[in-house]
Ligand binder design. Structure first.
Ligand SMILES: *Cc1c(COP(=O)(O)O)cnc(C)c1O
Length: 417
């Protein structure tokens, strides 16, 4: 469900014409829909009903301040993986008390900052990290709330780069190791045990790996209880997939019903936390790009556009499929099969392969499902300034990140004699 629809043959983002947005702000251009974002957040929030729950948006999917600000206004919590993301959340008006800090490599300064602002919880990924947090908390006279991130050793059945819950992944600790971590935390005066956590991967399109992970976590919660350690919240992580092509990912309602069913099977009624990123933002954004050239190759044809892998790396990085559509539907124009490619000097620089499109130079294309892990993964490769970002809200279009200037790109550099 999103708010990018055609009216009289022309693509609109809510009440804004995408063609006029491109004319005013240039291309490549990211366009986010506030209404879509809010609807996705409420789809999760409503799914839980009265059951005690907290949604922690995974900031790394899209950390734009406006995105964070809209979610903060809804009362969302945040899942961060760096001190930089914590700063962003606070700059956007998010509350530190609703922040969960995940990630395998938390640095000293990041832990200090998180303790000073009083985050809700550290999701800890190793004994060494637990010891580091305990030492820093002690030095600052604080008590750090912690959950261990369990690696439940389940196959999330997603792309290997975004699968995180197998025992050979770098994430989390095994159930066996987790037990000694909890015993250490339980008796340490500067640590307080809050919950258990897991996050098994991203773009999950089936519930069964999540259900397996839940079962292992809930078993473990009961085991901890027998040792006198009470868990106050179970954090199931993020990972729910979105539709890029023909996937049928579970809806938030089905997801919550599955969680609830597992909880009931284990006779537990603990508050839950989730950390969705992609499922909130993915379909709340598009990227608009302009066709520069049509080029015939020895085999096949290329549609050369002004966006490239530096703007949009998912196809190059994961071989991901992204839907590409015309911004203006012209029913009589002739379609052909193209590889849609950018200007960068890499053969991996493509946005789509073998796409049937009716295009000519000057036309605008929109890449759908561009709200999550697109701008966030962008770079300045080939000295390309990063795209502008717009958030539309009904008929209003707000520039939420200006296009970078070329001077910005070398502003931090200097010549030597
Ligand atoms: C990336 C990440 C998420 C969000 O994953 P999505 O697939 O975008 O929902 C949640 N939790 C942790 C710990 C993560 O690393």
């Amino acid at each position: 469900m999103d708010h990018f629809n055609f009216k009289d043959g022309e693509l609109f983002a809510e009440g804004c014409s995408v063609r006029s947005l491109a004319a005013t702000h240039g291309t490549p251009l990211f366009v986010y829909s506030r209404t879509t974002l809010e609807q996705h957040w409420f789809a999760f929030d409503n799914a839980f009903g009265d059951y005690p729950h907290q949604i922690h948006y995974a900031v790394k999917a899209n950390g734009n301040l406006a995105v964070l600000g809209v979610l903060a206004k809804l009362g969302s919590g945040f899942d961060i993986v760096s001190g930089g993301e914590l700063k962003r959340v606070m700059a956007a008006g998010g509350s530190a008390g609703k922040v969960i800090f995940s990630g395998v490599g938390k640095l000293e300064w990041e832990i200090e900052l998180a303790l000073d602002v009083g985050i809700e919880c550290f999701n800890v990924e190793s004994m060494a990290e637990l010891e580091r947090i305990a030492r820093i908390a002690k030095a600052r006279g604080k008590v750090a709330p912690i959950s261990m991130r369990i690696n439940p050793d389940v196959d999330a059945k997603t792309h290997p780069y975004i699968s995180t819950g197998l025992k050979d992944n770098k994430f989390g600790v095994s159930l066996e190791r987790a037990l000694s971590c909890y015993e250490f935390a339980h008796q340490h005066p500067n640590l307080s045990v809050l919950g258990v956590a897991c996050h098994i991967g991203s773009q999950l399109t089936e519930l069964s790996p999540l259900e397996d992970a839940m079962d292992r976590l809930l078993e473990f919660v009961k085991k901890l209880r027998t040792t006198g350690i009470e868990i106050k919240v179970v954090d199931f992580g993020g990972g729910l997939g979105v539709r890029y092509q023909d996937e049928m990912p579970p809806l938030p309602d089905q997801y919550w019903q599955a969680l609830l069913t597992r909880m009931q099977a284990h006779d537990l009624t603990l508050p839950v936390a989730i950390e969705p990123g992609r499922a909130l933002l993915g379909n709340a954004g598009i990227m608009v790009t302009r066709v520069e050239y049509i080029k015939a190759g020895e085999v096949g044809k290329f549609c050369v556009v002004d966006a490239a892998m530096n703007d949009f790396i998912r196809p190059a990085l994961y071989g991901a499929y992204q839907e590409i559509i015309n911004v203006d539907q012209e029913p009589d124009s002739k379609a052909a099969v193209y590889d849609v490619v950018g200007p960068i000097c890499e053969s991996a620089d493509f946005l789509g392969k073998d796409r049937t499109l009716a295009v000519k130079p000057g036309d605008l294309l929109a890449i759908r499902t561009a709200g999550a892990y697109c701008f966030a993964l962008s770079s300045n490769y080939n000295a390309r300034a990063r795209a502008a970002e717009i958030m539309v809200d009904g008929e209003a279009a707000h520039v939420v990140r200006k296009r970078e200037s070329l001077e910005d790109l070398y502003a931090l550099e200097s010549l030597i004699e």
